[in-house]
Design a binder for this molecule. Structure first.
Ligand code: SAH
Length: 218
């Protein structure tokens, strides 16, 4: 019993340290920091890696995929939060479900799609165990977005796209935002906004994501 309590408190303390590090790295959006503080990242990685869950690093989640580095999760979340409403959000690349869980604390409804069935099953279990009920998951190729669930206030893509598909832009509300890593070996995180038929994008920073994979589900 005391052991369990100890473990819980340790993770709370290491999470608090992570928040301080994110602050030092320039993440100032308080609701984003609170959401990251509320999500137990160690539950989103394999038990063998749990002790490293609060380091500011990406970690493997199987199938050649990674859970994104906390700084990048914080940066993408803060950008979306600070640029407009988040009533309805689409995420491409559920992976472990960590980014989904962080967004679930800040968004009305979050729709998330993943091409690898077994990753999605794991994410679903974790998200249900955390009592997050505003999340809708779909096993599909995210290149097409989720047309029936749109239009969205925001779309977040957590794998690097070679280019931005029309489908995503078409599922954005007027004034909707898209945050997406674009490129192959060199990648830039882009923030795009749709106004009428015009989409304008600005680069935020250099990033290093696993590639968005074409060709259906596995
Ligand atoms: N947000 C995740 C990051 C996972 S890495 C997290 O916090 O853990 C990127 C994810 O995108 C992987 O799970 C990968 O399987 C998924 N992915 C890659 N290409 C995809 C596609 N075309 N459609 C949907 N998901 C895709």
């Amino acid at each position: 019993m005391s052991g369990m309590l100890g473990a819980g408190m340790t993770s709370q303390r290491t999470r608090a340290r992570l928040i301080e590090r994110l602050r030092a790295q320039g993440i100032t959006d308080e609701p984003t920091l609170q959401a990251i503080g509320a999500v137990p990242r160690h539950l989103f990685v394999d038990e063998a890696l749990a002790s490293r869950a609060y380091e500011d690093t990406a970690l493997p989640i199987g199938h050649g995929q990674t859970i994104s580095q906390p700084y990048i999760v914080a940066r993408m979340t803060a950008v979306l939060r600070q640029t407009g409403p988040l009533a309805r959000v689409l995420e491409i690349g559920t992976g472990s479900g960590y980014q989904t869980a962080v967004l679930a604390h800040l968004a009305g409804d979050i729709y998330t799609v993943e091409r690898v069935g077994s990753l999605l099953r794991g994410a679903r279990k974790r998200l249900a165990s955390l009592n997050l009920h505003n999340i809708h998951c779909r096993h599909t190729d995210g290149s097409n977005g989720w047309p029936e669930a749109g239009p969205f206030d925001a779309i977040i893509v957590t794998a690097a796209a070679r280019e931005v598909p029309e489908e995503w832009l078409g599922q954005l509300r007027e004034d909707g935002r898209l945050v997406v890593p674009v490129g192959t070996t060199e990648q830039a995180l882009l923030l795009c906004r749709r106004r009428g038929a015009t989409v304008s994008c600005e680069p935020l920073e250099g990033v290093n994501f696993v590639p968005l994979l074409p060709g259906g589900v596995v």
